[in-house]
Design a protein around this ligand. Structure first.
Ligand SMILES: C[S@@+](CC[C@H](N)C(=O)[O-])C[C@H]1O[C@@H](n2cnc3c(N)ncnc32)[C@H](O)[C@@H]1O
Length: 274
């Protein structure tokens, strides 16, 4: 049996090790969420003393990296929550027809399915409406393995799980299938720029038309969510949109900096006067 009290004593040491090796400070992340994941790794490693597990991750690079993977679970897929993509296509992109450049930040992009979906959506709209804007998607995540997968542009059917016919058409338009693998079209790949980086150390020049930060807040304490929201507001153009995950929301203390555009799809615009 793992002793819960041990976590109180040693959890900061675990965070310190991860911070030393991966330069990510998890100490403001949601504690119970992290403990659950650390416990999962301890059970798999057949260790029931947190102190021993601490020792293991200090010395064993493989286990350290497995713990990091477990903590940053990066479940994702193409066009996750299609209704949200549909809403953007029908209601928001028509406002962008006069733009020359569209700039998007996918914050917490995981292995690339999200930024590639955005690029496909923007390209499909552009083609269908005979427009000629350029688009660039800046995709960041703290997990280097996810970033490497995104850079490879190669996916398996797992990443299009549950895709409807309509979105399958868009997806097929931009991939080549070989055997059991999907290869992303070169133009789409060139429009997505991956970078290993934390939301909290972003240093962008210029502002974005869209910021997607979906299914990332689940890890963050309320304080960290509010910090992230302030960063997003500072990096959003006045006519830009923030898109959160469907089960995520903006706490009342930050409602003074965003307007709700779609409550169902968790889409927000910037309040110009706070
Ligand atoms: C569940 S995935 C979500 C992927 C995608 N946005 C989606 O909705 O399908 C959450 C991702 O957030 C990343 N993440 C966690 N903390 C982060 C931070 N501070 N900065 C950037 N990415 C972060 C994790 O590494 C993970 O890949």
């Amino acid at each position: 049996m793992i002793d819960e009290n041990d976590f109180e004593v040693y959890i900061q040491n675990i965070f310190d090790i991860l911070n030393a090796y991966y330069s990510i400070d998890f100490s403001s992340y949601k504690l119970n969420c992290l403990q659950r994941r650390i416990k999962r790794r301890m059970i798999i490693s057949k260790i029931d003393k947190v102190e021993e597990y601490l020792e293991l991750i200090s010395n064993d690079e493989k286990e350290r990296s497995k713990l990091m993977d477990t903590i940053t679970i990066n479940v994702t897929r193409f066009f996750r929550d299609e209704k949200t993509y549909n809403y953007i296509y029908k209601n928001l992109l028509p406002k962008f027809t006069q733009k020359k450049d569209i700039k998007v930040w996918s914050a917490g992009c995981s292995s690339g399915e999200e930024p590639y979906s955005i690029a496909m959506l923007l390209d499909y709209y552009k083609t269908e409406k005979h427009l000629n804007y350029n688009y660039n998607i800046f995709a960041t995540d703290i997990d280097s393995r996810s970033i490497d997968k995104g850079l490879s542009g190669v996916y398996t059917p797992k990443s299009i799980y549950n895709l409807s016919d309509i979105f399958h058409i868009i997806f097929n338009f931009y991939i080549k299938k070989q055997g059991n693998y999907y290869y992303i079209d070169e133009n789409i790949m060139n429009s997505v720029h991956f970078e290993k980086n934390s939301i909290f150390s972003s240093n962008w020049e210029g502002k974005f038309d869209f910021i997607f930060c979906r299914n990332v807040f689940i890890y963050f304490s309320r304080e960290l969510q509010n910090q992230a929201l302030q960063i997003f507001r500072d990096h959003l153009k006045d006519d830009g949109y923030l898109v959160l995950g469907r089960v995520e929301t903006i706490f009342f203390e930050k409602r003074n900096i965003f307007n709700i555009i779609s409550n169902r799809d968790k889409i927000y615009s910037k309040k110009i006067k706070e």
